[in-house]
Write a new protein. Structure first.
Length: 360
């Protein structure tokens, strides 16, 4: 069921970035961080191990999982923005969306690393603005290999230290926001590596806890209730305190992660779940690109006003029809990438990993 879960989380990011419903994307990204902590810790402890050969296989797997799809999306985005920016300014889709102009931007556009500095700051131009979160995840993977995922005790201690550090980061963030540095203040308790390590280390620790407990069939009703509570946090509690919404969501995401790890399905649904899982990464990467393509086509055909409600400051506000068309294109484009790139690359990835690490 993790494939369906990732698919839903990716769509929630689209809801915020294209539908402009705030906070939901941030909670989804933290849920992704927690899920990654759970899955990466599981992979390192049950499949790869921490030997040189095992870690070599692990990193080969990560590179082949993350980079080919990103490079395809980045190439299409580069061509679209480079050739058509005179017709529609990509900055109105996202302020950072567009061709690179500096060396660091070119470097990060190719290697992903460099979109942030340990989770702080963002490059001014990116071919997929949300890729910063993958930059952060790569750093978290490195911490998993070095420290976090090596034992239950280390994962627990990392989680506890992260819990102690977060209030300190919150105080500093409030001071920065009070002085007018809103971006850095927000990133300090959201994407800064020590802050992102909080949901990630919880996921890592939950892997060990779940493995030590007797496996029980998850309660569908409890998972529905947890999901409803997350929605309440995103849509209601966040109006009073965004930080409270994030912190209170962690036990709910933890429950959903462990519960979904115990769901057993038939082969038919498993195939669907696998496809949805493969679609989640392209959805996350390509939704701004798809929005740009829709706006560009609408502008050429003369019905831009049906899709764009207004320009709110420096970005487009989409109508319901515009949101639906963009989302449909995102899903369709992601399905094509899932079937013709992600799934074939999965086979290549397994073969490469077997050769490098000697795994069966």
């Amino acid at each position: 069921m993790f494939g369906s879960y990732r698919f839903i989380l990716a769509l929630l990011v689209v809801v915020t970035h294209i539908g402009h419903i705030e906070v939901i994307a941030g909670l989804a990204v933290w849920a992704f961080f927690m899920l990654s902590g759970f899955l990466i810790t599981g992979a390192l402890n049950t499949r790869y191990g921490f030997s040189a050969a095992g870690l070599q296989g692990f990193w080969a797997s990560r590179v082949l999982r993350l980079y080919p799809t990103y490079w395809v999306v980045a190439l299409v985005a580069f061509l679209a923005t480079a050739f058509f920016q005179h017709e529609v300014d990509p900055a109105f889709v996202n302020q950072a969306f567009g061709p690179m102009t500096e060396v660091r931007e070119w470097f990060s556009a190719v290697f992903i690393f460099g979109h942030t500095t340990v989770g702080l700051g963002r490059v001014e131009h990116a071919l997929s603005p949300p890729i910063w979160a993958v930059d952060v995840e790569l750093s978290l993977y490195l911490l998993s290999c070095l420290i976090v995922s090596r034992s239950r005790k280390i994962a627990r201690n990392t989680m506890l230290v992260s819990m102690l550090v977060f209030p300190v980061l919150w105080v500093i963030a409030k001071m920065l926001i009070g002085s007018g540095d809103i971006d850095t203040g927000g990133q300090l308790i959201y994407s800064f590596i020590p802050a992102a390590l909080l949901p990630y280390s919880i996921g890592a620790y939950l892997f060990f806890v779940a493995g030590d407990q007797a496996e029980k069939p998850p309660s569908a009703m409890k998972m529905v209730v947890a999901s409803i509570l997350v929605a309440i946090l995103a849509l209601v509690i966040s109006r009073y305190s965004v930080t409270a919404a994030y912190i209170l969501s962690l036990p709910l995401f933890g429950y959903l992660t462990v519960s979904l790890s115990r769901v057993r399905t038939g082969q038919g649904f498993k195939r669907i779940d696998d496809i949805l899982g493969h679609m989640s990464y392209p959805i996350y990467l390509a939704h701004y690109l798809c929005a740009y393509i829709v706006v560009l086509v609408a502008s050429r055909l003369g019905f831009q006003s049906l899709l764009i409600d207004s320009k709110d400051g420096f970005k487009f506000e989409y109508t319901l029809l515009g949101f639906c068309i963009i989302t449909l294109l995102v899903i369709s484009f992601s399905l094509v990438l899932a079937l013709y790139l992600e799934q074939p690359m999965e086979k290549v990835r397994h073969e490469v990993v077997k050769r490098l690490s000697g795994l069966k």
